[in-house]
Design a protein around this ligand. Structure first.
Ligand code: ATP
Length: 359
């Protein structure tokens, strides 16, 4: 299938009310042609509503949707030339795979010769050329979702919208299809918008991730930006794991005293007058049985849990006076020493690690 350019999408001051419930207060976003963007956020945060506003299934209460700079607000879904894949495959059960894929072309009155050519291309793209004559019920869930994908791209839309398309599949199959979807995106060159509540999926797939919370976009960025430079506590806690250190009081210079009485340093400047917390990823913390050298931040605590993940382990350490367990993620190698419950360890880290965030 030949690559065709994707469209840009612009959401301008979109809001959506359902009765007297304000689902989206005000939302603006620009997606570049050919970009792979994921909408990520907890259940009820507004991802599907936003996708459906782009698709035309929901009209916004106010604001405008532009495709390639032209307003499409008010245009019915079938005139927007956008492909759509849902969690439920919604295939016609009584017709073959090839006929399911051909369906959007028949509705568009494309010639039979052209239909045969494009269906074959689409099925090849999703790796199902040998199943053209099968019925949907003869396919696995993953194969049915590939058919749905082929059907969504067969008429060469310039944007593909996907709402939790892998939600019904098991973990291994999800991962396989994630790679397929990435490859298909590369091959087609069109714009992909992908809704998921699974942060690993969003990190694996996307050029940029749009993080939603309570109907608002709380940050937009690449996976690395969101992970390394979260702008707020919600993003820090939603993407990956994080330890949050709250100050009992700020000390002189860039230090804070914790409820345990320990004083820790940070290098980022806090905004004057703003209450902040320090967020540090578990893999940036280290464990030592002996007091580490001066200069590092250190806290003494007792192991309360050890979770084994094969390539790494997560050690929970309780520090007297701190309400939350501190999590340390260690890469494992053949001769990693054992850690037992109740062992005492220093947790230590360089003061340059971590991000200072508004409390
Ligand atoms: P999920 O991951 O569970 O699908 P989501 O982030 O996609 O969640 P939305 O489906 O966009 O969330 O819903 C956003 C909010 O709007 C939710 O509080 C939801 O209850 C509400 N909502 C969505 N559709 C309607 C509707 N037709 N009528 C009333 N409220 C609605």
């Amino acid at each position: 299938m030949t690559a065709n350019a994707g469209s840009s999408i612009q959401l301008v001051n979109i809001s959506k009310e359902f009765g007297d419930f304000l689902a989206l207060p005000e939302l603006s976003l620009t997606i570049s042609p050919g970009e792979f963007v994921s909408f990520l956020g907890p259940s009820g945060s507004g991802k599907t509503t936003t996708l459906n506003i782009i698709a035309g299934f929901i009209e916004p209460t106010s604001g405008d949707v532009l495709i390639d700079g032209a307003s499409i607000t008010g245009l019915p879904p079938h005139r927007r030339n956008l492909g759509m894949v849902f969690q439920q495959y919604a295939l016609f059960p009584h017709i073959t795979v090839a006929e399911n894929v051909a369906f959007p072309l028949r509705r568009r009155r494309v010639s039979q010769a052209e239909i045969s050519k494009r269906v074959a291309e689409a099925l090849e793209l999703v790796g199902l050329d040998e199943k053209a004559d099968a019925l949907p019920r003869q396919l696995s869930g993953g194969q049915q979702q590939r058919v749905a994908l082929a059907r969504a791209i067969v008429y060469r839309p310039r944007v593909l919208l996907m709402d939790e398309p892998l939600g019904a599949l098991d973990k291994k199959l999800r991962e396989r299809l994630q790679h397929e979807i990435k490859r298909i995106h590369r091959d087609l060159g069109i714009t992909f918008v992908f809704v998921t509540h699974d942060q690993e999926e969003a990190l694996t797939l996307s050029d940029r991730i749009v993080v939603f919370d309570q109907g608002k976009i709380v940050q937009v960025g690449t996976g690395t930006e969101l992970y390394e430079r979260p702008e707020n506590r919600f993003v820090a806690e939603f993407i990956g794991e994080v330890n949050i250190f709250s100050p009992a009081e700020y000390g002189p210079g860039q230090t804070m005293r914790l409820d345990s009485g320990d004083v820790i340093q940070f290098t980022h400047a806090s905004k004057a007058g703003q209450k902040c917390v320090l967020a540090v990823r578990p893999e940036r913390l280290k464990l030592a049985r002996e007091a580490p050298e001066q200069g590092d931040n250190r806290l003494l605590g007792q192991v309360s849990s050890v979770d084994y993940f094969g390539a790494s382990r997560r050690v929970g350490v309780d520090v007297p006076g701190l309400a939350s367990t501190i999590w340390v993620r260690e890469a494992l190698h053949g001769n990693s020493p054992n850690i037992s419950l109740d062992d005492r360890f220093y947790i230590h880290w360089c003061s340059g690690e971590g991000t200072l965030l508004p409390a």
